[in-house]
Design a binder for this molecule. Structure first.
Ligand code: IDP
Ligand code: MG
Length: 175
């Protein structure tokens, strides 16, 4: 890729509950270091059904969505793992770099050197437990970052914001 076509991008990365169950956080972050990205936001989130339906809006009417939610929320693993670790990362060609390191959606088809190929599996219910989510385009990165983060949880102003008054306090929201 030439200098001219390289693009500075943001991407949303989620370490799904199976990453936490298997204590893979360190390993996965080490893989991601290869992309030379800077983390500009990070937090632990308990995923509600509403958030899952918004995040996976393209899948919410699929027959497997209930099982996908059980997995993605961590309910499948018990209360200690009902959480995900969410990051916003920034860097040159961040979206395609992270997608490449993450690997194909189906862990059985993913290259074994990718995160999903190395650590993913298909559950007994047929859910692709593939350890990591990463945005697949600039449009979805923007949508997902707006969904998961408030502007003041990100260290830089990466998208336009506005200030509103709520209960007599000034609050910064996405514009
Ligand atoms: P992606 O995560 O590679 O972007 P999507 O098609 O957006 O793939 O699907 C979101 C997630 O839903 C996948 O990562 C996987 O965990 C699960 N998933 C998607 N399609 C299927 C399916 O056909 N069967 C079981 N699980 C699926
Ligand atoms: Mg996707």
């Amino acid at each position: 890729m030439t200098e001219a076509t390289k693009k500075h991008q943001y991407t949303l990365i989620i370490l799904k509950p199976d990453a936490l169950v298997k204590y893979l956080t360190g390993n996965i972050l080490t893989h991601l270091l290869e992309a030379r990205l800077r983390i500009v936001g990070a937090k632990v989130v308990k995923v509600s059904r509403e958030l899952a339906e918004l995040h996976y809006e393209h899948l919410k009417d699929e027959p497997f969505f209930d099982d996908l939610y059980e997995y993605f929320s961590g309910k499948a693993y018990g209360p200690d793992y009902e959480r995900v670790l969410v990051f916003v990362s920034e860097g040159v060609d961040a979206i395609s770099k992270v997608r490449r390191i993450a690997g194909a959606t189906n862990p059985l088809e993913a290259d074994p050197i990718t995160i999903r190929g190395a650590y993913g599996r298909i559950s007994k219910k047929g859910i692709m437990e593939n350890v990591i989510h990463c945005s697949d385009s600039e449009e979805s990165a923007k949508r997902e970052i707006h969904l998961w983060f408030d502007p003041d949880e990100i260290i830089e102003e990466i998208y336009p914001t506005k200030t509103v008054i709520k209960n007599n306090y000034e609050v910064t929201e996405w514009a």
